[in-house]
Design a protein around this ligand. Sequence first.
Ligand SMILES: [Mg+2]
Length: 488
Amino acid sequence: MESALRSVRHAGSCSSPPKRESDSLMGPHFLSSDSRRGLGGERGGCSRLRRGMGLGCLRNASKAALRRWRRGGPRARPPISQRGLGVGAPGVSETPPTFGFLFDIDGVLVRGRHVIPAAQEAFRKLLDSNGQLRVPVVFVTNAGNCLQHVKAQELSDALGLKVSPEQVILSHSPLHLFHQFHEKCMLVSGQGPVEENARNVGFQNVVTIQDVRKAFPLLDMVDQSRRPKELPPPTTDFPTIEGVILFGEPVRWETSLQLIIDVLLSNGNPGAELAAVPYPHIPVLACNMDLLWMAEAKMPRFGHGTFLVCLENIYKKVTGRELKYEALIGKPSIVTYQYAEYLIKQQVERRGWPSPICRLYAVGDNPMSDIYGANFYNRYLKAACQARAQAEVKRSVGVADPQSEDHSEPKEDWYVSLESCKSILVCTGVYSPHGDVPADPHESTVETVFHGHRDFRFDTSLLEASYVVQDVNEAVELVFEKENWSQE
Ligand SMILES: [Mg+2]
């Protein structure tokens, strides 16, 4: 897994010659469940990922990019005077982008069912005269109670451009990579098309909360009106559940909380008499850790993170032990940003842009998911860069010594392009500056109450946005200015 995802990010370099990648670099985001207090405090990620359908694609994409690199080598950036000319400029074609955008959706582009006007303005700047995006863009949302192509269509309608499903990352999209669970019997929780979503990311054998409730009607007893009137015959042919996927907040929380706990306590056989409580319990994968989210109401609404708080506390109260996650997916998890980077590079390949993407700008309204996640990924990129430099020094020393020279073939993963992931906080959603946009973002974006997940350390420095702007249009203008791109 590590080598596969490592190869995602090797499509060339913007500013420096190819360097050797250190194998030790890529660890922080794939911490084992016991190393949860490591870098940035994230745990889990995908420590047990193996090569799956997604990984093969990642490796192939990287190889193609590498071949292009070897043919053409790194392209020097043109002088500023020649950069950023819009496609409308007569006789001048636009310079290939070396940066891309990650846009959150709710609170940045839309509020509930209503598009934020600044988003339409922003996308007019992002499109060329042919209606094509001038730079790579992916939409990264922690929403998950919908289908990818439906979300893409909603965005297309709202923003006035054709958004493809491949540009949309829902909270569960990185589950594509969790190949080792795809053939297991998984209980899925959430609302909306959870079964279809599970199938779309590779799971072939799923049961729902409703299936469990129907098979074991004596388990769901909170709502007296839904209790069975007569004693049902026992169910004997229900499959053993081997794992749980928490896609998003369900309806009827009491039912889902009760049945998920039952499944964990019974080792996947909720109809059985309770023996010793198994620990560790069967694997749990959770998508979307947002405690709150912003819709049309003036106050934030409960998100899936709130449901997880309930589940974790009930499990601990009942068993005396911590609920463990096999993986936490969705922002601010690193694996989500890696997946976004992979999709950005796919776009670059499809469009035939010759330059590698060096800088990402992540625009969001939620300090705890959007800003924390982007900063966490940026920290990871910096650590990787530093370790690469150290590995390069060691390699240079080794080359000077014939006894220790490495004569093996160069590895593909010498080539690294992405240098940074900057966070941009907008004030059209969850975050409210309570007044004008502050001059010093360090004073304004630090939350005093930690809304992040239990397994993330409260690192206040990761809540500080690189930039704070009023809305997404200002965010695009800011980035274009920094990249010396024209606004038209
Ligand atoms: Mg948001």
